[in-house]
Design a protein around this ligand. Sequence first.
Ligand SMILES: NC(=O)c1ccc[n+]([C@@H]2O[C@H](COP(=O)([O-])OP(=O)(O)OC[C@H]3O[C@@H](n4cnc5c(N)ncnc54)[C@H](O)[C@@H]3O)[C@@H](O)[C@H]2O)c1
Length: 244
Amino acid sequence: MCVHECVVAAAAAAAHVKVTWQATAANQYRGSVGRTIDKGLWKMDVKGRVALVTGAASGIGKSCAVELLNEGAMVSICDINTVEGEKLAETLSTEYGKDRVIFCQCDVTDYSQFEGKDSCKSTKTTILNQNSKTNGVIRGTLLAQRYMGTDRGGQGGIVVNIGSNVSINPYASVPIYSATKAAIVNFTRAFGHQYHVDLTGVKVMALCPSATDSKLLEDVGKQLLWPRYVDAWLRDVASSVPQR
Ligand SMILES: NC(=O)c1ccc[n+]([C@@H]2O[C@H](COP(=O)([O-])OP(=O)(O)OC[C@H]3O[C@@H](n4cnc5c(N)ncnc54)[C@H](O)[C@@H]3O)[C@@H](O)[C@H]2O)c1
């Protein structure tokens, strides 16, 4: 999957997905928010929907926000970084319209702060795209069940959690990151089960990008558990070219 496809799929917008993934997604979700656009391809229609994108001030989250806007959604840019978030919201408002973009400052690891945000509680929000912190992803998914769930008066919706290629193939250089990313996938599989979809109308899925050009990669040397792991890191990423 190329970077653009990856971001678009993560944004639940114009998702041109691999046939293997598509087959399941199309079978499960066609008729709700998706439509088949070609043999083997599936497109989600997000026009007019409200999306809350966490970690949206930069990197993958920012790209997801932009793709959602390109596809006609209204986006709440949620990030802990007020300076970058407000700047981005202002730029995107000029391009896409003031009524389609807002910034919402939030630390997603703080449950009450996350829940207190209007975009989180609004029953108009039907897409949650989560790009930051594993405990934030867990909290966000629980909040989506609570506020989007048809069993609790919501409209149902879609949660897209961002995992990583290390969710599936752990890197020796980042054991804790690998573990938390694997947790996101299993958590998503459990909440993505048809049992929950039937109960709440909330579809939970994960996307696992490989190395992507972002601030996260720039600072990776500083984030390693132990500086000497840098050799292992270089070995782990030797064969990967960061996506843009
Ligand atoms: N960049 C990669 O190579 C890569 C590869 C696979 C998966 N991922 C995953 O993609 C996601 C996004 O990463 P990225 O590369 O875009 O990183 P990034 O650093 O560019 O963006 C992360 C954003 O999250 C925000 N953030 C951090 N803590 C927060 C908090 N507590 N509450 C709210 N916002 C918070 C930051 O301010 C930033 O804007 C992460 O989950 C990362 O693990 C990244």
